[in-house]
Design a protein around this ligand. Structure first.
Ligand code: 5GP
Length: 210
């Protein structure tokens, strides 16, 4: 089966990072995770090249100029972007490539690659989201406020996504992510081979060479 490009978005604190990491751990042959570039400062425990490639704003702007990013966006005052080379390489290797990115980036990817599957991870409630964000203790109160406000704007994009999954029970949500991916891959493969068959028949009927 051919690899899919998968955009995973969701409000800050919804658990999309933990879900994608676990998916990769369980199915390392099937998925690859794109490591983004960002101008935000590393959080405690984050490593350059693992969570993100951490760059200065100037370095990031150079990457934009050089066309090294397939998409980028500004989130809470910092740049975030997807390096083009890695995504291309992993897709060629037949992997399902996950881009864990925010909604503006998701929309850019969909435009560039219309076959992309867009997944939106939802919290079971706003209260649970706020509690999770405060509980992880990685952001200041001001940052948390900014992220929750941003979630209000992001909620308008949910209907532009192909599928939404609620991260209430982690295992249930993880299995659902894997299942929608497999189903989509199967469906795309079936469509592709049917279209190919039809095309070959049409070439014969019309006597047209490709
Ligand atoms: P965080 O600071 O919590 O790591 O990420 C903030 C937001 O930026 C999250 O919604 C995350 O999905 C998004 N993000 C991470 N990498 C990228 C990227 O390469 N492009 C875009 N557009 N958003 C990203």
């Amino acid at each position: 089966m051919r690899g899919l490009l998968i955009v995973v978005s969701g409000f800050s604190g919804v658990g999309k990072g933990t879900l994608t990491k676990e998916l990769l751990k369980r199915y390392p042959e099937e998925y690859a995770l794109s490591v983004s570039v960002t101008s935000r400062k590393p959080r405690v425990g984050e490593e350059n090249g693992r969570e993100y490639f951490f760059k200065t704003r100037e370095e990031f702007e150079k990457m934009i100029e050089n066309g090294e990013l397939v998409e980028y966006a500004c989130y809470n005052g910092n740049y975030y972007g997807t390096p083009a080379a890695y995504v291309q390489k992993q897709l060629e290797n037949g992997k399902n490539v996950i881009l864990e990115i925010e909604v503006q980036g998701g929309m850019q990817i969909k435009k560039l690659f219309p076959e992309t599957m867009l997944l939106y991870i939802m919290p079971p409630s706003a209260k649970v989201l706020a509690e999770r964000l405060m509980g992880r203790g990685t952001e200041t109160a001001e940052e948390i406020h900014g992220r929750l406000s941003r979630a209000i704007d992001e909620s308008a994009y949910v209907t532009s996504y192909d599928t939404t999954l609620v991260n209430d029970d982690f295992e249930v949500c993880l299995n659902a992510m894997h299942k929608v991916t497999l189903d989509r891959q199967k469906e795309m493969d079936a469509r592709r081979s049917f279209a190919e068959e039809l095309k070959n028949e049409l070439v014969k009927i019309t006597g047209q060479e490709e």
